[in-house]
Design a binder for this molecule. Structure first.
Ligand SMILES: Nc1nc2c(ncn2[C@@H]2O[C@H](COP(=O)(O)OP(=O)(O)OP(=O)(O)O)[C@@H](O)[C@H]2O)c(=O)[nH]1
Length: 920
């Protein structure tokens, strides 16, 4: 902390008495008092302005006193507040007339205050950066779980936003930071997005025909500054690109942006914590740049000469950066300097510097590590807040002007000090350089050197200021701070290498320069003609030093803190917009899925019920159809078989000689009759099946929909076409001789043939019975009764013969009547034997079941599928609902958090009341 060096100030040689008078007040204050202490430097009195400053710092020193507790960015201030309540010494006032020393003290105090302000702002920004990184990392996690909606990039518009980063030039920064439109106002997505552009979230996307882009409107996209996706791929139009991107791609693009941003924030953090600052000292040949550098260092480090001698860039750094060793690292051409790699430079001692600087054939640059001979509060190289490296550039001429301009443009050059000779004013090269540098660095620190040589000082000042007004108007406006008329050679300096120490450190810098005689002041350097005049020169120079330090700090605030502040504001603003949009999207998604869920839950229950009902319905239909077909077939076939004997089969009896053929034809006709009946039953089954299929089809259309249950291409004629059906229809029976003799039939008909006579009857009866083998003993006994036993004995043989002949003749004569029933019975018997009727009925009905089973199964699976779909959808929507709830909460918090953080960062006043003003 910079306050560490305050006690040293108090013991400076200038006002030992005064400081000792304050000794009692400056006793260490017990912990936890950690606030900076202010000590009067110089004559022992504290000016009103300084007091006001101290008071203001006590209230808002940059440690957050005035806004404590307002934000997460503020640290724990209890110690500091506790310290404020303690008794503290009040500096004594000794009213006296203000002199030049008062001014110097005021300046010094102002510088310290400035440094404190700078430090406080740096810490606030550091905390803001840490918070922004946290927020970004949280956002990246969220983006993984809930892909964010994102703005698209319109390349043709808003071209130069990126310049808000470190390279931003002063003018750009100024205009940007002063612009009331920055950062842009927060807009709510709901009002700023047009309905067509509102993207929806994950689940809804899956149901959209087009892949959902999850990009915001163009209007919203234009507001984005940091987290902007650039969609500049070839010639494809923005809309095409947007729609070709899936939400996952957008999420990963956003993640990329977030990572970049985190990286940039880390770099900014390093940058604001970096205390080093480079000051380039340039100017005309022989203007006294090296002398000026040496005066700043209070050591004659760089070679001075009456003729141009500096031919390479010499960077003077604190030896502590080189392990405390004073030496020169000369960097050969085309090497990139790395202090830790000795192959990148050659090492020389300080006394060799003159040679290296003058001979530029081998080296382009050199780093000169020197020990600081000045106290920490006076030192320009290192004062705890800013470590300045001075770079002495070769004098400007037509050769060096370009190189120097390029050098000056480097990002790490915080300040350009232009040294101009009071006697020669600005040369053409100087004017060129200032004009071109004015684009990059609007403000320039001007040192008009060799002022001691000027007799009419007022005229010189006027003339030079007039020229500056033309060359660099910004500098002219703040000429009091930025333009200084000094005599660098009047500043007492120590030799580069002092005898004894070997380091050049130590000793009193106010001692006379051991080699001042070398200067063109003819050995008067540091002495002057009169003590008063010399003192005035020194005071002028010290005033310059104070202003330079302030300027460096101010530049640093602009070049290091301002970009960080702007970037944080931009990134927070982007996140805030994203949060606002995504919070609203999450809310609308939540509303939508909630109402969707209200529909899905009953639809799911309904679907389950419907599935069972329809399955039952279909099963019933199939069952009934099969039963009907079975019964029909059975009945039909039984009828056919039963009646086949009495049906006119259209077979003519050709006579006895073709009796067998007749029997065969008859049999075939009967079989055909049966087969035809089977076919008729199959047709009936076809019709029934067609009905069943169309019924299932209707159910499908009604409950599943045409898309999932397309019309069935059922072809009834294809039923029963397989070989097994043909085989099942087949039946055969053999015609045998006995089929022609229908004895039982004859017996049944005996009444009808009574007219043929008793003998015939008896023969027939006997014969029939004998032949038939049925009750022949009864017949014999019956005949014996009628004829008596003798007659019987005589008649028996011829009778039997006659009876046989007659019977045969009779039987043969009635074939057309007896054969069909005989055959039909036989057929019926053999059909019954193979269970023809049942097997065909069950075959046909089974086929019907099988055919109807297919669409039924399809319908069933479709119904099951839609129930499953509903179940899955319910699960998904429930998940989306939970996600949306989480997202809504997250983004609502994020919105609040970023808004608060932005407000806090916005309040970091880098331009603040410049303590430099108090120094005037
Ligand atoms: N009278 C007077 N002479 C000065 C002053 N500053 C520098 N000189 C002299 O001017 C001459 C040139 O000084 P340098 O410091 O070498 O000038 P430079 O600008 O570094 O020169 P190059 O970089 O080599 O072009 C030296 O002889 C210095 O003594 C000054 O304020 N008053």
């Amino acid at each position: 902390m910079s306050q560490e060096y305050f006690p040293v100030v108090g013991s400076s040689s200038a006002d030992k008495d005064a400081s000792s008078s304050h000794q009692e007040h400056d006793e260490p204050i017990p912990k936890p008092w950690t606030a900076p202490q202010y000590m009067t430097v110089g004559n022992g009195s504290t000016s009103a302005a300084a007091e006001a400053l101290i008071a203001s710092l006590n209230h808002d020193s940059g440690y957050g006193g005035s806004i404590a507790g307002e934000s997460a960015l503020e640290g724990d201030l209890t110690d500091w507040q506790a310290g404020m309540l303690e008794d503290r010494p009040t500096p004594l006032h000794t009213p006296r007339e203000a002199g030049p020393e008062d001014d110097a003290n005021r300046q010094m105090l102002a510088s310290h205050v400035h440094q404190l302000q700078y430090n406080a702002n740096r810490m606030k920004l550091g905390r803001a950066i840490a918070l922004a990184i946290d927020i970004l990392e949280g956002l990246r996690d969220m983006n993984g779980r809930w892909p964010l909606h994102y703005p698209s990039y319109q390349p043709s518009e808003r071209p130069s936003l990126q310049q808000t980063q470190s390279q931003a030039d002063l003018a750009t920064l100024e205009s940007r930071e002063s612009s009331p439109s920055r950062p842009p106002p927060i807009r709510r997505a709901a009002t700023s997005l047009d309905s067509t552009d509102v993207a929806e979230s994950s689940a809804v996307a899956e149901r959209r025909a087009l892949p959902e882009p999850r990009l915001m409107s163009r209007e919203m996209a234009e507001k984005f500054m940091v987290l902007k996706i650039e969609l500049k791929l070839g010639a494809a139009s923005q809309t095409e690109l947007v729609h070709s991107l899936e939400k996952k791609s957008i999420a990963s693009l956003l993640n990329g942006k977030i990572n970049q941003s985190v990286k940039h924030l880390l770099a900014l953090r390093d940058r604001i914590n970096d205390t080093s600052s480079k000051v380039l000292i340039t100017g005309d040949l022989n203007a006294g740049k090296s002398t000026f550098c040496n005066a700043l260092l209070r050591r004659k480090i760089l070679p001075e000469d009456q003729q141009p001698c500096t031919s390479i860039f010499c960077e003077v750094l604190d030896a502590r950066e080189n392990g405390g060793v004073e030496e020169v690292h000369a960097i050969p051409k085309e090497r990139i300097y790395n202090r830790h790699d000795e192959s990148t430079y050659d090492v020389f001692s300080l006394s060799d510097l003159e040679e290296i600087v003058t001979d530029n054939s081998k080296y382009t640059q050199c780093k000169v590590y020197v020990k600081d001979v000045r106290t920490i509060d006076q030192s320009l190289l290192n004062n705890g807040v800013v470590d300045i490296a001075l770079i002495d550039a070769p004098g400007l001429n037509s050769d060096s002007i370009k190189t120097t301009a390029v050098f000056a443009r480097q990002e790490e050059i915080d300040v350009v000090v232009f040294v101009v000779s009071a006697a020669n004013h600005f040369t053409l090269s100087a004017k060129d350089f200032i004009m071109s540098a004015a684009h990059e660095k609007a403000y320039m620190f001007m040192v008009v050197n060799g002022f001691d040589n000027i007799r009419d000082k007022g005229r010189c000042q006027r003339m030079i200021l007039d020229q500056i007004a033309k060359l660099s108007p910004h500098t002219y406006k703040d000429a009091e701070e930025l333009v200084h008329f000094v005599s660098s050679n009047a500043i007492p300096v120590q030799p580069a290498v002092t005898s004894g120490s070997g380091s050049g450190a130590g000793g009193d810098p106010s001692d006379h320069d051991s080699d001042h005689e070398d200067g063109d002041d003819g050995g008067k350097r540091g002495k002057g003609k009169g003590k008063g005049k010399e003192k005035e020169k020194i005071l002028d120079f010290e005033k310059l030093e104070g202003a330079l330090r302030r300027f460096v700090l101010e530049r640093r605030a602009r070049s290091k803190l301002a970009p960080a502040r702007t970037y944080i504001l931009n990134v927070l603003s982007d996140i805030n917009t994203l949060a606002s949009v995504n919070r609203d999207v999450a809310q609308s998604e939540l509303d939508r899925v909630s109402s969707e869920l209200e529909e899905i839950v009953p639809a799911f229950e309904d679907g389950k019920k419907k599935k069972t009902e329809i399955a039952d319905q279909v099963e019933n239909t199939i069952e009934k159809s099969c039963e009907d077909v079975y019964n029909y077939t059975r009945q039909n076939l039984n009828n056919t078989i039963e009646k086949v004997a009495y049906t006119d089969l259209g077979v003519e009896y050709p006579g006895l000689l073709s009796a067998f053929q007749y029997a065969e034809d008859l049999k075939i006709a009967m079989l055909e009759q049966v087969s035809a009946a089977v076919l008729e039953c199959e047709n009936y089954a076809r019709a029934k099946t067609t009905q069943g299929v169309s019924y299932i089809q209707q159910l499908g259309l009604l409950h599943v929909g045409e898309d999932k249950f397309p019309p069935l291409s059922f072809r009834a004629e294809n039923m029963f076409q397989k070989r097994r059906h043909a085989l099942a229809r087949q039946i055969d029976t053999q015609v045998e001789l006995w089929d022609f003799f229908d004895i039982p039939g004859l017996w049944e008909r005996q009444e009808k043939v009574a007219g043929t006579g008793v003998a015939m009857t008896a023969v027939t009866v006997l014969g029939g019975r004998a032949i038939a083998g049925v009750g022949w003993i009864d017949g014999v006994l019956g005949a014996a009764k009628v004829l008596g036993s003798n007659n019987i004995r005589r008649m028996i043989v011829p009778g039997i013969v006659a009876a046989a002949i007659l019977t045969t003749a009779y039987v043969l004569s009635i074939i057309p009547q007896t054969l069909p029933p005989r055959l039909s019975r036989k057929l019926a018997a053999s059909l019954a034997e193979v269970d023809y009727v049942h097997s065909n009925a069950s075959r046909i009905s089974t086929q019907v079941r099988r055919v109807l089973g297919m669409p039924a199964a399809n319908l069933h699976s479709q119904l099951a599928q839609s129930v499953e779909d509903l179940a899955r959808r319910r699960e998904e929507v429930t998940k989306i609902k939970q996600e949306s709830e989480v997202a809504r909460k997250y983004f609502a918090n994020l919105f609040r958090e970023t808004q608060e953080s932005r407000r806090t960062v916005d309040q970091i006043d880098l331009e603040g009341p410049l303590p430099g003003a108090l120094a005037h």
